[in-house]
Design a protein around this ligand. Structure first.
Ligand SMILES: Cc1cc2nc3c(=O)[nH]c(=O)nc-3n(C[C@H](O)[C@H](O)[C@H](O)COP(=O)(O)OP(=O)(O)OC[C@H]3O[C@@H](n4cnc5c(N)ncnc54)[C@H](O)[C@@H]3O)c2cc1C
Length: 67
């Protein structure tokens, strides 16, 4: 859970920075960064949204028998 949340949030930050570097062009379909950005954003929702995984991960740390 921690790996998924950390990896997807970093992917989103990196993809967002890439959009920033491309400026307005980064949001067009001319360059692959807009697709990478959308995919990175989706990864924070699919396979369990990050907020819920963070709550479950924190709960399992203080209640290890719960897993
Ligand atoms: C691109 C994509 C591909 C997918 N592929 C698959 C697949 O192949 N197989 C499959 O089974 N499913 C798939 N899904 C579904 C995915 O697993 C669910 O979208 C995901 O688990 C989130 O559930 P939900 O969409 O019902 O959102 P919800 O759980 O309804 O969440 C909606 C919002 O409410 C918030 N929220 C919900 N509960 C809490 C809480 N307790 N505390 C705080 N905030 C909360 C969330 O953070 C979120 O912002 C896919 C989703 C996407 C986007």
């Amino acid at each position: 859970m921690m790996a998924k949340v950390t990896a997807t949030e970093h992917a989103f930050e990196v993809a967002s920075d890439a959009i920033q570097m491309f400026g307005g062009n980064g949001l067009t379909c001319e360059y692959p960064v807009e697709k990478i950005f959308r995919d990175a954003r989706a990864s924070m929702i699919e396979d369990g949204c990050n907020q819920v995984l963070a709550i479950k991960g924190g709960y399992s740390l203080i209640n290890p028998e719960w897993l």
